[in-house]
Design a protein around this ligand. Structure first.
Ligand code: HEM
Length: 370
């Protein structure tokens, strides 16, 4: 039963060993809210998040120890459950800094230059009901009830200040962040996360994930940028593709996850021979093809039931952390000729600035209002 500290240099939930379940939530601020509302919301969220990640209820009186005449502070469904490795990672979307109503929170001048809605990519089929948002919370835990309890209670705490815009449940992590985690598989059946940036690779994290002190703006130092993409997978079509073709599309073999140029899962791929197709996913996404660009992936599988034709409404809820949104944009543009595109559709999209971790007693994002 791991317990991860909420306070710290960086927010938890980025390099934390990837937990089994996800509840991701996007929020919009309510009309007519002001700077004090936003600050108090972040303070209240941080207080409750710090408690829940310790396996505690949202407040001392919690679910059953408050007055019998009032609705309880905590909704109660996590009573008796351990922390289950819960992490809560809070982010700020572009709309928070300025929207139709102007600069309501007095932070427009502090918007990171790269924090803008992502450009349209070839093949995008975005659903506004699964895209964007002023704030986000990524809840990851080894028990889905713990993750859902956290989002439910944080939404409730936001009452009058922010409202849930959309949310997504995920299971079966599709990435690993430590070498001791076995590489999980996505719904195409392939190992996913083999070449990911790992928590112990301080140099790669400094180069590709954490915003550095000399990056702009200064309040983001120690933070990162989160991109979420809801990517539907055309499962039934994929399942009719022969195995050798599946391998070619990915550029790795399905069993071992080894590059088609040979070796085992962790052998570096060799793109100079002809074994790995020029438009395979792995080749196009590899740093060698992208001027050294890397990202930290932390996505989850999802299945949202099925459609009227009996096809699974399923895919990958892709989450990546990067020092600069330009890293994701470069990779996603490179993937425009990916052979995998025939089997996927990007249906949701969002981007958030993830500030550094809060100091004990403080709150996430305090530097933005300092
Ligand atoms: C690698 C699957 C979307 C970036 C991989 C691998 C698989 C995979 C099986 C090989 C194993 C590994 O190194 O993890 C998928 C599926 C996707 C998807 C099924 C969509 C449903 C994306 C997107 C991006 C991306 C949208 C970024 C824009 C990468 C990167 C690698 C990778 C950077 C590592 C390449 C390397 O360094 O060798 N992906 N991926 N993937 N993918 Fe994806």
């Amino acid at each position: 039963n791991p317990v991860y500290e909420f306070f710290g240099e960086h927010q938890a939930g980025i390099t934390t060993p990837v937990q089994d379940h996800l509840h991701f939530a996007s929020f919009d601020m309510m009309p007519r809210t002001d700077r004090d509302d936003l600050i108090s919301l972040l303070q209240d969220w941080s207080y409750a998040a710090a408690r829940m990640t310790q396996g505690l209820e949202v407040s001392a009186s919690g679910a059953v120890n408050g007055p019998a005449e009032a609705p309880p502070d905590d909704t109660g469904e996590a009573l008796g459950l351990p922390a289950a490795g819960l992490t809560l990672t809070i982010g700020f979307g572009p709309g928070l800094f300025e929207n139709e109503d102007g600069d309501r929170y007095g932070i427009a001048s502090r918007r990171p230059a790269g924090l803008e809605r992502l450009p349209a990519f070839l093949g995008d089929d975005l659903d506004p009901q699964a895209s964007h948002g002023d704030l986000c919370i990524q809840a990851c835990a080894d028990d889905p009830q713990v993750a859902v309890h956290a989002i439910r209670n944080l939404s409730r705490i936001a009452f009058g200040r922010a409202r849930l815009r959309w949310s997504q449940l995920g299971f079966g992590k599709t990435s690993r962040t430590t070498a001791t985690q076995a590489t999980p598989r996505n719904l195409f059946g392939f190992k996913d996360g083999t070449a990911n940036i790992l928590a112990d690779d301080a140099a790669a994290l400094a180069d590709h994930v954490w915003v550095a002190a000399d990056d702009e703006p200064a309040w983001m130092t120690g933070g990162s940028y989160l991109v979420a993409r809801k990517i539907a997978m055309l499962i039934e079509t994929w399942d009719r593709v022969r195995l050798s073709e599946q391998d070619t599309i990915i550029g790795r073999d399905k069993g071992e996850g080894a590059p088609l140029s040979g070796g085992d899962e962790f052998t570096a791929p060799d793109f100079h021979g002809s074994e790995i197709d020029a438009n395979s996913h792995v080749r196009l996404a590899h740093p060698e093809q992208n001027g050294g660009v890397r990202i930290l992936r932390r996505g989850y599988n999802y299945v949202d039931g099925n459609n009227a034709l009996g096809r699974l409404d399923a895919g990958l809820f892709f989450l990546s952390y990067q020092r600069d949104p330009a890293q994701f944009i470069a990779l996603q543009r490179r993937l425009s000729t990916d052979r995998m595109n025939e089997y996927i559709r990007h249906v949701g999209s969002g981007i958030w600035a993830i500030p550094a971790g809060a100091a004990p007693g403080s709150y996430v994002g305090a530097e933005l209002f300092a």
